[in-house]
Write a protein that binds this ligand. Structure first.
Ligand code: HEC
Length: 121
């Protein structure tokens, strides 16, 4: 019974949150697969090396908040920080990074940085 419940919950939680790949394909690839407006192109290791060096929490919070020609949340207002973060991991790992899906500590760090940016604006 416990095992069954676990399966149901796993199914429900994976249903409600889009995977990094899904989010990337639906939202981010418009710009990041083509380099539109100089968006760092997925797979371009040279372009991504600098971003990867800046770090996961840093560039995820920048992107979610919006930076340069990058619209806040990639232009999708209802995207969650967790979904956005997964998409960043998906993109970075195709471009030379070896990042993990954000755990609670990483999400906390990302959220803190976003809150800080919001409080300054
Ligand atoms: C309308 C085009 C567009 C869409 C859609 C878009 N991006 Fe971007 N993104 C950009 C551009 C342009 C930059 C470069 C911004 C700069 O550095 O001036 C960028 C930069 C970034 C960066 C690097 C931020 C940094 O610190 O320099 C990340 C991470 C990122 N995008 C993630 C995403 C994710 C994840 C999505 C989808 C949820 C997404 N983007 C959707 C245009 C877009």
């Amino acid at each position: 019974m416990k095992y069954f419940l676990f399966l149901v919950l796993t199914f429900l939680s994976s249903e409600s949150m889009a995977s990094g790949e899904e989010t990337y394909k639906a939202v981010c690839s418009n710009c990041h697969a083509t380099g539109l407006n100089k968006a760092p192109m997925v797979g371009d290791k040279k372009q991504w090396a600098k971003l990867i060096k800046e770090g996961q929490a840093h560039i995820t919070s920048d992107g979610y908040y919006g930076v340069g020609a990058m619209p806040p949340k990639g232009g999708k207002p209802d995207i969650t920080v967790a979904e956005f973060s997964s998409a960043v991991v998906y993109m970075a790992n195709l471009s030379g990074a070896n990042w993990k899906e954000p755990d609670e500590v990483m999400l906390k760090d990302i959220n803190k940085r976003i809150t800080k940016k919001l409080s300054k604006s």
